[in-house]
Design a protein around this ligand. Structure first.
Ligand code: GLN
Ligand code: ZN
Length: 763
């Protein structure tokens, strides 16, 4: 019999109950016990939802109050001294590691551990620093506790944990560790903890565990065959049956050693990489390893084509027999919203296209039933829905399709090369050396959010709302005037979110009301969904930028979100390539850029903070991605005359490995987050050089502290050492929307003073 499985489930709770409970606890409005009670209820709700959907193999142990990787570190006793020494409760220590803790009265002031993107998703893990002295001790067997908790409810689960190699590959290196230290060298010290944890599960009667090793879909794991052998040969004898999972990509050459591991089953991601099935089946056939087919997408929200899925699974059954096949999700469902049932504003047709976590659980169960000879009504309904969606997909916007098909080389380049453009821009914008600017947003105050909420509910008119936004813009312009910045921004008060704002104005997107997905900790996002060809009906930002420009003689910078970022932070459609979707977006933005220029805006910034996170996990796929990503940016920005200064902005990641592509964007000016990683980025400039204007962020906006004038001068001095002084622009490292006005004012005053100093010092 074919069984159905789910690798993991959203942990945010229906109605965002987990967020609410955590934030209430942080605010001191509820107790730890109350928080734990909510967590317990949510775990129950999750297990029951999977059970009711008919899923055979239900996960446990992957619930978290903040982040799953952080849970592992905490459970393994990896608690850096700066947290351990605070004498906090266990729960507070855990949260301090995740988000830092400041309690002036008690003299507590610790920063959070660093966060990093989880593979190529928009989810972030907390990376606890490890050093050669790190020791491990099983503090808390969360997998066992949750298994017992589910069992008490009458639900038998499969405990889930990260494998030791993936764990060590994801955690951070401590700052004071030697430069050549690799956390993977701690493997021998870590193994006993895994043995103990798994032995306890086995003793408790747990039949099988799910060990996630997504690092196996990256290139570097190919060299770790010996480590994998050692780990799994040590764990297998003391562990329940092991299903090893490899979500987010293809296992590639690593199958050569994985097929020899003493594991019960291997899960592969067939949603991302359907092409790997044959090779994996061939490798597993002579072994005793079963296969778990990750068919139902854990990353996107489209209904699975169950007929096609069935045909794929039948291939596996033919090779290995039904008893050796499980059908499953491609990854944990944590990247998808919980349920479609609560969406009241989507049309029945739109609902029929989609599957969120709850519906995905039904899909794996329906698929398993069909493979076992029982094609249920749900299966038939799926066939009809898929056919209807295919029908809809045929109704393309031919004007948009033609425009994409006819993109020319010429459209991908500015009219003249940078040095020539620069001269024209100098005349047009008249900016000083070490020009000061900001990244776009100014504080999104309570008043702004309130006005937006009122407008949404119809409590104020459109005119009243727009007047309120204009007042905000005027405040921002006056402030920049007073402070002496050089290149102004309007401040983005009218934007709820840098992606949603554009999605709402473009054709081709739909929005959920409650489709929240965890981004990190208690921060959830609601990604728009691309459902059809994307186009622009009318200008989206011109009225705001033009109004802002009308208030000042200083040049105003127009502000747009770039095509790659809009796409990466949405759920893309599955029937058209990302490249085509990105180019459709780029063409819509190209028209906006031209309209801004025609409205008298002399500088236009197109943000691409997500360009790095979309980078494929396998290096051999990089070039193809970078080609269309860079082309999309160039397409969106190249429609204007030489004297228009095109800016772009990057943050959230290490850009070292794609720096040549950043150069190829050929933006006249880029601003880039550089203040956190100890100006590590400057080494990259040293290595590659950079020929256009550039503003490495001079202070970290993610914390409420005000940088001193001296600190900013020091940053500038460090930059002048590696970059030509006349290419430097002075700016913070990201938008200021999460900050308050007071700290923003003080910080920017210091920034302006430091830039004036630089002008004199490096004249
Ligand atoms: N222009 C945007 C802002 O300032 C950029 C945000 C970002 O980089 N994430 O808010
Ligand atoms: Zn940014």
């Amino acid at each position: 019999m074919v069984q159905s499985a789910v690798l993991g489930y959203p942990r945010i709770g229906t109605g965002r109950s987990v967020k609410k409970a955590i934030e209430s606890y942080w605010a001191g409005k509820s107790t730890a016990e109350e928080l734990q009670q909510v967590a317990k209820n949510v775990r129950k709700e999750r297990w029951e939802s999977m059970k009711n959907a008919g899923v055979d193999i239900i996960p446990s142990g992957e619930f978290t109050l903040y982040d799953q990787l952080l849970d592992h570190s905490y459970n393994f006793g990896v608690i850096p001294e700066r947290y351990a020494s605070q004498n906090l409760s266990g729960l507070d220590t855990y949260f301090a590691m995740g988000r830092g803790r400041q309690d002036k009265a008690k003299g507590v002031d610790v920063v959070a551990c660093e966060m990093g993107k989880f593979f190529d998703s928009n989810y972030h893990v907390v990376k606890v620093p490890h050093s050669p002295n790190t020791t491990f001790k099983l503090n808390n067997n969360q997998q066992l506790a949750e298994y017992e908790e589910a069992k008490a409810l009458g639900i038998i689960t499969r405990p889930v944990l990260f494998g030791p190699i993936t764990y060590l590959a994801l955690v951070a290196k401590s700052r004071d560790a030697p430069a050549d230290f690799e956390p993977l060298s701690l493997l021998d010290n870590l193994l006993p903890v895994y043995k103990e944890l798994l032995q306890q599960l086995k003793d408790a009667g747990v039949e099988s565990v799910q060990i996630d090793e997504p690092i196996l879909v990256t290139d570097k794991a190919e060299a770790w065959g010996a480590q994998y052998k050692k780990v799994y040969e040590a764990l297998a004898p003391v562990s329940p049956k092991i299903t090893l999972t490899t979500p987010y990509g293809r296992i590639g050459k690593s199958i050569e050693f994985v097929k020899d591991l003493p594991i019960h089953a291997l899960h592969i991601d067939l949603n991302r990489e359907p092409g790997q099935l044959d090779a994996v089946l061939a490798a597993l056939k002579p072994t005793k390893i079963n296969i778990e087919l990750g068919i139902v997408s854990g990353r996107n929200i489209w209904k699975t084509d169950l007929k096609a899925a069935k045909a794929l699974a039948e291939k596996a059954i033919k090779e290995l027999g039904a008893d050796r096949v499980v059908v499953s999700t491609s990854s944990s469902l944590l990247h998808t919203p919980i349920s479609l049932k609560v969406e009241t504003k989507l049309t029945p047709e739109q609902v029929s296209w989609l599957a969120f976590a709850e519906e995905k659980c039904e899909e794996v169960a329906t698929l398993a039933a069909a493979l076992n000879g029982n094609e249920t009504a749900a299966f038939e309904q799926n066939t009809k829905d898929i056919a209807a969606r295919r029908e809809f997909e045929r109704t393309s916007d031919s004007a948009v399709r033609d425009r994409v098909a006819n993109i020319t080389e010429e459209q991908l380049s500015r009219k003249a090369p940078f040095p020539e453009r620069r001269e024209a821009q100098k005349k047009h914008l008249n900016l000083p050396k070490f020009a000061t600017t900001t990244i776009g947003s100014f504080p999104q105050t309570k008043e702004i959010r309130l006005a937006r909420a009122k407008f949404g509910k119809g409590e104020i008119t459109k005119e009243q709302y727009e007047k309120a936004m204009e007042d905000e813009i005027k405040y921002a312009v006056d402030f920049q005037e007073k402070t002496g910045l050089d290149l102004f921004v309007h401040g983005e008060p009218e934007r709820n979110d840098m992606v949603q704002y554009f999605g709402e104005q473009l054709n081709g997107f739909i929005f959920t009301q409650l489709g929240w997905v965890q981004s990190y900790g208690s921060r959830y996002v609601r990604p728009p969904i691309v459902v059809s060809d994307v186009s622009r009906s009318q200008p989206m930002t011109v009225r705001w930028s033009a109004y802002a420009q009308s208030l000042t003689q200083k040049p105003m910078k127009g502000m747009l979100t770039g095509p790659v970022t809009i796409l990466n932070w949405s759920f893309p459609r599955a029937d058209v390539s990302k490249e085509v979707q990105s180019k459709q977006l780029a063409l819509a933005l190209r028209d906006e850029v031209v309209d801004l220029a025609n409205a008298g805006i002399k500088a236009i910034q197109v943000d691409e903070p997500a360009i790095r996170e979309g980078l494929p996990l396998r290096k051999e796929d990089w070039d193809a991605y970078l080609k269309w990503a860079v082309d999309s940016f160039r397409l969106s920005t190249s429609g204007v005359e030489n004297d228009i200064q095109v800016h772009s902005h990057f943050c959230y990641s290490d850009f070292g490995d794609i720096f040549p592509s950043i150069q190829r964007l050929d933006a006249d000016v880029i601003s880039i987050e550089a203040s956190k990683a100890d100006l590590k980025l400057l080494d990259v400039f040293k290595a590659h050089g950079y020929s256009n204007e550039i503003g490495p962020g001079v202070y970290d906006i993610h914390s409420p502290r005000v940088p001193s004038e001296q600190e900013i001068k020091d940053r500038i001095a460090a930059m002048v050492k590696v970059l030509p002084a006349d290419l430097l622009v002075v700016n913070p490292d990201c938008g200021l929307k999460t900050r308050g006005w007071k700290e923003t004012e003080e910080s920017l005053q210091n920034l302006v003073a430091a830039a004036r100093w630089a002008r004199e010092t490096y004249a």
